[in-house]
Design a protein around this ligand. Sequence first.
Ligand code: GLA
Ligand code: CA
Length: 779
Amino acid sequence: MKNWFSWLTAVVTLIVLITSCKDGKGSKGSFEIGDKTFLLNGKPFVVKAAEIHYTRIPAEYWEHRIKMCKALGMNTICIYAFWNIHEQKPDEFDFSGQNDVAAFCKLAQKHDMYIILRPGPYVCAEWEMGGLPWWLLKKKDIQLRTNDPYFLERTRLFINQMGKQLADRQITRGGNIIMVQVENEYGSYATDKEYIAHIRDMVKGAGFTDVPLFQCDWSSNFTNNALDDLLWTVNFGTGADIDQQFKKLKELRPNTPLMCSEFWSGWFDHWGRKHETRDAATMVNGIKEMLDRNISFSLYMTHGGTTFGHWGGANSPAYSAMCSSYDYDAPISEAGWATEKYHILREALAAYMPAGEKQSEVPEAFPVIEIPEITFTSVAPLFDNLPQPKESTDIRPMEQFDQGWGSILYRTTLPEEVKEGTSLVITEVHDWAQVFADGQLLARLDRRRGENVVKLPALKAGTRLDILVEAMGRVNFDKAIHDRKGITEKVELVSGDTSAELKNWKVYSFPVDYGFVKDKAFKEGSKQDGPAYYRATFNLDKTGDVFLDMQTWGKGMVWVNGKAMGRFWEIGPQQTLFMPGCWLKKGENEIIVLDLKGPEKAAIRGVNKPILDVLRQEVPTTHRKEGQTLDLSKEKVWFAGSFKPGNGWQEITFEKPMKIRQFCLEALSSQDGKEVASMAEFYLLGSDGKPLSRQHWQIGYADSEEIKSGNRTADKIYDLQESTFWQTVQGTPYPHTVVIDLREEQTVSGLRYLPRAEQGTPGMIKDFRVYGKMTPFSY
Ligand code: GLA
Ligand code: CA
């Protein structure tokens, strides 16, 4: 009997072991909110989380990156789930391979790392449409991130799928998930507690019932949507004043554990803007400051990785698409290397390891190779490779042709002759268009610069007009996430007072799938003027990580061995594409490039270092040309006032509202008596006292902009990011001026101003004057 019993015990243990090994789980535990602290299995616990995104790291490298985070001294991995990569077509869910989020969590658990899950539905993250699927935009009147029934229903279906994948991986069930986030920074989108409550209920309904659910927001707006039964956390970046950031939260909930749910280690890069970096020592000081007060944090990003393929997002106003590299100036570089920032941070975190524990060894970086020049000898011009067109009387956006990403060609024939000087007006170009008449390139239009008009030469009736529009990333922030692609409304011929809409289009879709790209009719040839696909093969005797040098190419995308590597654009700042060695092969490899402009030289080398900071901009990044000085001597002061000292939004109403197109703020002095002026965000108020849309704003002039130590140009006052700001250069005295071109007539009744939130708050403006008029200022 005793024998029989021990035999049975052994079998049961074995079964338990096998099954638990298979699903990678351990013993059941708990994670709870205690008094001013988190409780892990009943004991006080400070979360030290490293944010990394599984879709931005080749699956083959997940474990390496997790080990890199662990070796820093972190105890948790924080992840977003990107809805649009998991459900690329409605109801077709993909959680396999690169999308296997459960496998990723299991790997983290193997290394004793907990997981914070942020399933959206919206995530921001500089990711296409903030993680929302493009096909939602097929519904013409959809209101994203609201109680729109269709939006809620699709969200529920997705969150349920997340539950199926991960609910059983909560710590209470033997997994490693300790917290789940509800929505993302909703305070900077809208005020709607009912909507947040819906999302919370969906997250619970999907099975995430056993761990704390939380909301993350900015300290300036977290109360807008804060629900009583959720944990509140705040996001802020390197350099922020920590006490200030938590002040309000502590007042409202004196006993809550404090957590910075996103502490920004660096920042993201846009095409055509200076490469972003953040100081390592300042970042580490912030982390130390938090840990000294037992404040939990997640370091966003600890490793940014790469936004492969077409998945990069964009910001707006002033539409601005994201680069493919998401290096983020994070401690672990895009290719997984330990940077100097990494080592400084690791050293600092050593002091905060639990008693008796030591940081694990830093794993070695993967080998790097170089690839000698690959010359492209086969080419498939885009215009010789048109797919089957669809016919449409009116212009419609890409989504209406069931296309999500890539380029779209609108073709029509001019019904009548066109006189020289007639304007072709496209409303709106999303995002980069080339206009051809009978195959001749007439113009290129860039949405980033608000370009949408082409002055036409004389053209005969019957001329073939082609408008090829490339979609860059969909906007991932604020209301502009309703970002339909292609041409969104109409195309007109405008001459004097008359305008005629062009109709009867043939529409050709060029999706980004490798399947579409690979079987073009490639023929012998190299450099082409105009859009074309290029193909080459290259042989390797060993594989390794490498960076594809795209410096001789124009604008487009790259596929290697069937994988979409990302976008390139000559303007930079990114000039190389990270090519993970795990996706290369010994022997023959294939590379395809789509260049929409045409290269200077159709060749690519593989180099051993990334180039992320070479800007080849056609326009200046600052807003004051050589020799310009704003002259306000003849202008009439509209309003004069003073800002109060201290952080937070301030609102000022002018005595009399005015209709204007041009606005000037003249800062006369600072709160600290020093010469620097700075400003994080700025709005003008309309006749109803509400903030006006800044969608078409452009900076006309700024007297001084600091671009040596960071990107502190004046356009940062309307980029919707409270952590970015305009700052003048040290040594340039007051007054400091900024001119905003509203690019439309608006009635203005006041302003809203947010000083920058950094420690010591340098550059806070005190006295100021404003000017407004319909015609441009003189400078
Ligand atoms: C916010 C968002 C993140 C990311 C960062 C900036 O905090 O929540 O998804 O966009 O900004 O990198
Ligand atoms: Ca800003």
